[in-house]
Design a protein around this ligand. Structure first.
Ligand code: 4LM
Length: 431
């Protein structure tokens, strides 16, 4: 499909955009261009490429024909002008920040960020004379009064990792714009299928493509989208000269394969997560469940406004606190204990001692990250098997079962009792 025809649906663009098989000898999938360097027609042509007076590839740290397709495709899915690929999500974050900031600038960041993003902001940027203020961006009045003329960037995740706080993209980006600051949204948890921050006013959107975009736990990668001006600036400064954190064409091929099923996977992740969140909510051993699809979530209405579905990530706390959380994790059989998220396999981890260990206990308390929180990335397995695994783990921890599976969200599990679900396998596959 040519680049002009992007008034087609999300899934169609995720599969076809920016690639024409007829230009590549009919090859259904884009070829892998493994060349590190590119030849010039003449000495003058090479000089023109380097000077930016001619278009074309000259070295794969800066651009590559395979990466080019992925970059155009993610830009299309996010509704942005341009895209750029990186060796990791942290590569995307650091290259972008180093390009846009200089000594004396100030960054306003939300209080809840992925642990390494927080470490980069808190410890990394200060080494270069950039100050970072952490503000609760769910409180837009607090944000409005924190913005100063020195504020260069406003940065947040929504849903936030790990506690599922939802930030109002439209309001926060408009406050940033009015103050002359650039807004950056980390859209890793939502993916462009659920939320498109550019349409809501964001200047730049960042992804850890390691997660849902790749979708199979077999790569590490980052992506950035935004205006052609900003993205090009990051390409020629942050990527080319400062970090060199470029993506491999093999990785781009795997992400493009993942994107083909992104819509289907996000639908299934979201559907199963709603069922699991309801199951956990009704379990007597569970103290609190954080999932934006639950009406009890404090920002459920906002989530409904800016998310197509509520995604595959859940956080919860048990009545017995941290020790109960660890005991539960250790009893799970199918669900895997691992960091990362967005894979086919259900993954469970403890943020305070794992992904968010870069925060001190005091910082976690101040940033709304409870030490008793358990994070669950709902996989693509049959949902009844996910519930069964929790059931047997709770029983092994001597937590009484509430028999709650039967009474859970009837709309979601279609009035099936767990026994019925167990006996009608093909039905569980579409729950
Ligand atoms: C994790 N996360 O949470 P790379 N932005 C967000 C993230 O969750 C992550 C990154 C950026 C986890 C990794 C172990 C919202 C990562 C950084 O890991 O550098 O691709 O992305 O489990």
């Amino acid at each position: 499909m040519s680049e002009q025809s992007n008034n087609t649906g999300f899934a169609t663009n995720a599969i076809h955009f920016a690639y024409d098989a007829q230009q590549e000898q009919g090859a259904l999938n884009p070829p892998l261009h493994l060349s590190s360097t590119y030849t010039f027609e003449s000495a003058e042509h090479g000089a023109d490429l380097f000077a930016g007076n001619a278009q074309g590839h000259f070295y794969s740290r800066i651009s590559n024909p395979t990466l080019d397709i992925l970059e155009k495709r993610i830009a299309c899915l996010e509704g942005a002008q341009s895209g750029l690929s990186f060796a990791s999500g942290m590569g995307a974050i650091s290259a972008t920040m180093w390009t846009l900031l200089q000594s004396g600038d100030e960054v306003l960041a939300d209080i809840t960020l992925y642990g390494c993003t927080y470490a980069f902001m808190q410890h990394g940027l200060s080494k270069f004379g950039v100050s970072v203020k952490f503000v609760d961006m769910t409180d837009t009045d607090a944000l409005a009064s924190a913005i100063t003329p020195r504020t260069k960037l406003v940065y947040f995740e929504t849903p936030a990792n790990p506690n599922m706080r939802i930030v109002d993209i439209q309001t926060v980006c408009s406050l940033a714009r009015d103050a002359g600051a650039i807004s950056i949204v980390d859209n890793t948890y939502a993916t462009p299928y659920l939320t498109q921050p550019i349409a809501l006013g964001a200047d730049l959107v960042i992804h850890s493509a390691t997660k849902y975009l790749g979708g199979h736990g077999d790569l590490v990668a980052g992506l950035l989208v935004g205006s052609t001006d900003l993205v090009n600036q990051v390409r020629v400064e942050g990527l080319k000269d400062m970090t060199g954190a470029c993506m491999s064409p093999f990785t781009a091929m795997l992400i493009m394969r993942g994107l083909k099923t992104l819509e289907l996977r996000m639908q299934r992740h979201s559907q199963s997560a709603q069922t699991v969140a309801q199951y956990l909510t009704d379990h007597s051993a569970v103290k609190h469940v954080y999932y934006p699809g639950l009406v009890e979530h404090p920002q459920h209405e906002l989530a409904k406004k800016q998310m197509r579905l509520f995604g595959g990530m859940i956080a919860f706390e048990l009545n017995g606190g941290l020790e109960s959380g660890k005991a539960l994790m250790n009893e799970l059989k199918m669900i895997q204990r691992a960091v990362s998220l967005g894979d086919a396999e259900s993954l469970i981890q403890h943020p305070a001692s794992m992904t968010h260990a870069a925060y001190t206990p005091e910082q976690r308390a101040a940033h709304g990250i409870s030490d008793t929180l358990v994070r669950f990335s709902v996989g693509l397995e049959s949902v009844a098997d996910i519930l069964n695994d929790f059931d047997q783990a709770f029983s092994a921890c001597h937590e009484p079962s509430t028999g709650s599976l039967m009474a859970k969200d009837k709309a979601v599990i279609r009035n099936q009792t767990l026994d019925q679900l167990r006996s009608v396998r093909h039905l569980t596959d579409c729950v």
